[in-house]
Design a protein around this ligand. Structure first.
Ligand code: EPZ
Length: 441
């Protein structure tokens, strides 16, 4: 198991450039199979989810090549193939192959998706949408889901919950259905707009992406062009939070500020010093941040994906703050781990209450999911002494070159690994710090 080690307490300074949005990329890569011609996707983050999805595209017969941050797909050799269960289960977003394959082949076969354990994560709304479009859903002998439609016809689909995944998956299938589909109570996240813009660049007829009502007029053909993924607002938010916690002066570049409005508003409420420009935010050191209360909502509310890193900031702010997650009811696994570092947090239902001004110290902690991992990295950067984080494969799913980026900001952070770790360049392996001693947890 790979471990990440952080010697905390360094004051961080400098610039960090945000990568492409994971939650756009993991939908747009499966969506490329809808194209009848070669397609190019730029600005992809260097994360394991992108690598897995590239493999899956090749498994279904596409000629997908990933070169740095650009994927090119030649669909000529594409044919209908079940999506391999072992790979499909490595990430939740593999379920986007359902909508894309239904749109392309009128059939799809895939194992149940994987992903972060944040509480129950059903896909009933996806299935409801596909059935409304005319698909029959069954289970194969070896437990795969099999979807098949004689014909995909546009339909009016109401989502009981504004699900990001269901909104995107239905949009993918509906893009080549016969007739018009209207999704009401659709999710409005920026990544949905990015996926819609990609589909429209191929000739799809979509209106209303980014609002709660999206209409899709099916078309016969989709011809791939070139698309650049939007910046990752969750990566940007994570670096903004750590900058507020332990930065002297940090510039976070390549962002879309309006995607981060809820976080910026809360940080300003705490007294953080943010200077927001067109494509960047500069965070300068502020002493005595005040705690606040946060409730996560669907976009444009405070995003659930930032509440976990935010709980680390509440640990060092003054006063008592609360975080209520209305999206997931088991998304506080980082609280127990941060308590090993001297942190605070009392979880009751889907609310955690945190008394601030805690002196964090290094410990051995475990990342249970992607954003819990981010919360622990921030805690490690703040803590006195050395923190050892296991479960780094979760972190690597959503934060490209995190060790490189934090090292550039002045952090002492490295991988301690038994084998060559594909995401860290040799210079980011164990640093020569002879006086290092792990704090016993
Ligand atoms: C997307 O997950 C993101 N993942 C998640 O980010 C994010 O937390 C989530 O949206 C909410 O914003 C990707 O985009 C790959 P949902 P998704 O469908 O699509 C319930 C990260 O950290 N629900 O909006 O799975 C579900 O149980 C990840 O980057 C149903 O009940 O989220 C959950 O409580 C973690 N039935 C809520 O809706 C369904 O059919 C939100 O789910 C679908 C969802």
């Amino acid at each position: 198991m790979n471990k990440m080690l952080i010697k905390g307490g360094n004051k961080l300074n400098g610039k960090v450039r945000i990568s492409g949005a994971k939650n756009s990329a993991v939908a747009i890569l499966p969506a490329t199979i809808l194209s009848d011609t070669p397609v190019k996707i730029n600005g992809l983050p260097n994360i394991s989810d992108v690598h897995i999805l590239t493999d899956l595209l090749n498994d279904v017969g596409g000629e997908a090549t990933l070169n740095n941050n650009t994927l090119t797909l030649n669909p000529d050799g594409m044919n209908f193939n079940p999506v391999k269960k072992d790979k499909a289960q490595k990430l939740r977003a593999s379920y986007y192959f359902m909508g894309a394959m239904l749109g392309k082949y009128k059939k799809a076969q895939i194992g149940l998706p994987g992903g972060c354990h944040l509480g129950p994560r059903p896909i009933d709304l996806h299935i409801k949408g596909f059935e409304a479009l005319g698909a029959k859903v069954s289970e194969t002998n070896d437990g795969d889901m099999y979807l098949h439609a004689e014909e995909l016809r546009g339909a009016d689909i109401y989502l009981d919950f504004a699900s990001v995944g269901a909104t995107i998956n239905i949009m993918l299938a509906a893009s080549k259905a016969k007739g018009k589909t209207v999704i009401t109570n659709a999710a409005q996240e920026p990544e949905i707009v990015d996926v819609a813009n990609f589909l429209m660049s191929m000739g799809a007829d979509i209106k209303g992406a980014g609002t709660n009502t999206i209409s899709i007029q099916g078309v016969e053909e989709l011809k791939g062009e070139e698309h650049t993924i939007i910046p990752d607002r969750m990566e940007a938010g994570t670096y903004t939070i750590l900058a507020a916690a332990i930065g002297e002066k940090i510039v976070i570049e390549n962002i879309i500020p309006e995607h981060l409005e809820p976080l910026f508003a809360k940080l300003k409420e705490m007294g953080a010093n943010l200077f927001v420009e067109e494509d960047r935010v500069t965070v300068t050191r502020t002493n005595g941040l005040k705690s606040v209360d946060v409730t996560t909502q669907v976009h444009p509310g405070f995003p659930t994906d930032l509440q976990q890193p935010f709980t680390t900031l509440l640990n060092v702010a003054e006063g008592k703050g609360t975080v209520t997650d209305t999206i997931y009811n088991e998304r506080f696994k980082q609280i127990h781990e941060i308590s090993k570092m001297g942190g605070d947090g009392k979880v009751k239902g889907n609310t955690v209450t945190i008394a601030g001004k805690n002196h964090l110290h290094g410990a051995k902690v475990k990342a249970s999911d992607l954003r819990a991992g981010a919360a622990l990295v921030i805690a490690g950067l703040i803590a006195e002494g050395v923190t050892e984080i296991t479960g780094v494969e979760h972190i690597e799913r959503g934060y490209s070159e995190i060790v490189e980026k934090l090292t550039t900001l002045g952090a002492t952070i490295w991988y301690e690994t038994q084998e060559e770790y594909r995401f860290s360049k040799p210079q980011f392996r164990k640093p020569i710090l002879s006086n290092l001693s792990l704090v016993n947890s």
